[in-house]
Write a protein of this length. Structure first.
Length: 301
């Protein structure tokens, strides 16, 4: 078990403040600041492994009760902008003999610079990832980061948490790769939805389409340790794992142990783990700094 180190380290984003979207190959693509004073981590408690393992302070009274007008139902208005609403649509595509429904905002008809797809957990649906007011407004932030910067944000619907659901998400990926061929594609999976993310990562053909995967309060998949995505450096897909230390669904210590297994199996693999101290199962969705993590992944090339 990792000890939480003493408080006092300050969190800086200086390396990630530059903005160059769809620039030349010599420059990294990045997202500009958007409400960073509200959404950047309140305080970094500790940082290990050259910054790839971090413990972030989470205080329920501040980060939930003070942040929300109605706890877990409606965030205060200063966290939200309804700019993405003008392009938001409830859409459907046909794949594998069935209809795949999803919601999207931004460059929904193609020509996007970045594609971010959210995959919900058990009990969720495609509307969850489009809700502007829940999870402290963090879904609204990613919607704005995409719609204001030539990207597209998608909240996926899918058949199940198995093979069919994986096919459904893969079909959405393929549709937007076709309509936005220059875009980098990221998939973010919450809780049980992580099964689909792991399935994509273990499949070399699917993993090659991805520029990064984000996991929020997720499960682990031991089979990933033997995958080509992990074992071959040219196939590496940047991986973020966010977890709460009070998660009662997936134990954080097992998740940290899995993060360490990844690092041991493939030294240098682009993986980072953020532990939200005293955070619960849904805390990573509320607290993960989308801009920070996506810019780190974009910087990987």
């Amino acid at each position: 078990m990792r000890a939480l180190l003493s408080a006092g380290l300050r969190y800086g984003l200086a390396a990630l403040t530059g903005f160059t979207l769809l620039c030349g190959p010599a420059s990294a693509q990045s997202l500009p600041p958007y409400k960073d004073s509200l959404f950047a981590y309140p305080r970094l408690i500790s940082s290990n492994d050259d910054g790839t393992y971090e413990v972030v302070e989470y205080i329920k009274a501040r980060d939930l009760h003070e942040r929300d007008k109605e706890p877990e139902r409606e965030v205060w208005g200063n966290y939200v902008s309804f700019h993405p609403t003008s392009s938001q649509a409830d859409l459907e595509l046909k794949a594998n003999g069935r209809a795949v429904k999803y919601m999207a905002t931004g460059k929904t008809e193609g020509g996007a610079s970045i594609v971010v797809i959210y995959v919900h957990g058990q009990g969720g649906n495609r509307f969850q990832g489009m809700n502007d007011l829940t999870f402290g407004g963090n879904f609204n932030r990613i919607k704005n980061l995409m719609s204001r910067n030539g990207g597209v944000y998608i909240s996926a619907g899918f058949t199940d948490f198995g093979a069919k659901g994986t096919e459904d998400v893969a079909a959405i990926i393929d549709a937007y790769r076709a309509s936005s061929p220059r875009a980098k594609t990221f998939v973010a999976c919450g809780s049980m939805g992580s099964i689909l993310c792991w399935n994509l990562l273990k499949d070399p053909a699917q993993a090659r389409k991805l520029s990064g995967v984000l996991l929020f309060g997720a499960s682990k998949d031991d089979a990933f340790l033997k995958s080509a995505t992990l074992r071959k450096a040219e196939n590496n897909v940047p991986l973020y794992m966010g977890h709460g230390s009070w998660d009662n669904v997936y134990d954080w210590e097992k998740q940290v142990a899995f993060y360490e297994q990844i690092r041991k199996a493939a030294p240098g693999y682009p993986v980072r783990f953020t532990l939200f101290d005293t955070g619960t199962h849904g805390t990573p969705i509320r607290m993960t700094d989308w801009r920070l993590i996506l810019n780190w992944m974009l910087s990987r090339g």
